[in-house]
Design a protein around this ligand. Structure first.
Ligand code: SPM
Length: 310
């Protein structure tokens, strides 16, 4: 459909006719020269200028595409949702990783659920206290494509501390008890009948609680607060029943719908701020987003969100 509309647009251009608003409404997902993420449920498309699509792979689990964008470097899209670009992934990967790793005084064993592109893994491995990282990624094709199109992350896969497990995390985590200081869920969105759906449900959070050590911390991809206020509220209220400390914080990712995305902070012992040590943060190499000030500020929520969280 996208390509027939692009052909139509091209024919309009060649024949000297311009596209009318009515033409655009026929298929709003198609804009020549742009990749458009068009979530039907919120009516807020996200557009990224692209030069060409360089890969499209249909795996057992999902459809993975790689685009060469105009100004954001390479971009990975899974099931029609933008996952990351080379230019703006730092706001996501630094914030899904360093908040928990600095809130914990001595994180040694870390589990990443999903995250097959290696962006989160790259950030986690910057912490000298970390001795082992299990990357539980269900789709090996994500790792393979990332090695080619996101070479800045490829060293993380061969780090001696990295252990790649190609399994469904909902099954793997049931076998893990008192095993991880930090768990990071770097998932896709909770669309029905996708691998990520179960990662947003209470049974998975209970399994994470059991898999954490007595002072463990879990961070989960929990969507943008403006577009998913109901989900943010549901997760927060669920998590404060399960964990000693629950919170929601957010970061800036220009290529995600609404330009932000948030995370659930779930901790058995430490609050988000008590162990934050600026000297420890200063040792982390190559940061572009995360600072001690951002660590604290990211938990400050707009009133329409804090009113819902109570
Ligand atoms: N390592 C990067 C993987 C990205 N995981 C999160 C992707 C979320 C994309 N959707 C954002 C919000 C819209 N539903």
């Amino acid at each position: 459909m996208k390509y027939s509309m692009r052909l139509f647009s091209l024919l309009c251009l060649l024949s000297g006719q311009s596209m009318t608003a009515a033409d655009v409404q026929l298929n709003p997902a198609d804009v020549p020269g742009f990749y458009v993420e068009w979530p039907e449920h919120n009516g807020l498309p996200t557009m990224v200028g692209v030069k060409k699509r360089v890969e499209r792979c249909v795996t057992e689990f999902q459809t993975i595409e790689i685009y060469e964008t105009a100004t954001f470097g390479n971009m990975m899209v899974i099931d029609d949702v933008i996952m990351l670009t080379q230019r703006d992934n730092h706001g996501y990967h630094e914030m899904i990783s360093h908040i928990a790793l600095n809130a914990h005084p001595n994180p040694q064993r870390v589990l990443i659920v999903g995250g097959g592109d290696g962006g989160t893994l790259t950030q986690v491995l910057k912490h000298p206290s970390v001795k082992e990282v299990v990357l539980c990624e269900i789709d090996a094709k994500v790792i393979e494509l990332s090695k080619t199109y996101f070479p800045e992350f490829s060293a993380s896969f061969s780090d001696a501390r990295t252990n790649i497990v190609a399994r469904d995390a909902t099954q793997y985590i049931k076998e893990m008890k008192n095993a991880f200081d930090v768990i990071i869920v770097d998932s896709t969105d909770p669309f029905p009948n996708t691998p990520a759906e179960a990662l947003f449900e209470r049974p998975f959070y209970l399994d994470m609680h059991a898999a954490l050590t007595a002072d463990g911390i879990a961070i989960t991809q929990s969507e943008p607060h403006f577009l998913y206020t109901d989900l943010v509220e549901k997760l927060y209220k669920q998590n404060r029943e399960i964990f000693a400390h629950a919170a929601y914080y957010f970061t800036l990712v220009p290529t995600y719908p609404s330009g932000t995305i948030g995370f659930s902070f779930c901790s058995k012992k430490y609050d988000p701020f008590e162990n934050v040590d600026t000297a420890r943060i200063a040792q982390l190499s190559g940061l572009q987003y995360y600072t001690p000030e951002i660590h604290k500020a990211s938990f400050a929520l707009p009133k329409y969100v804090s009113d819902r969280l109570g």
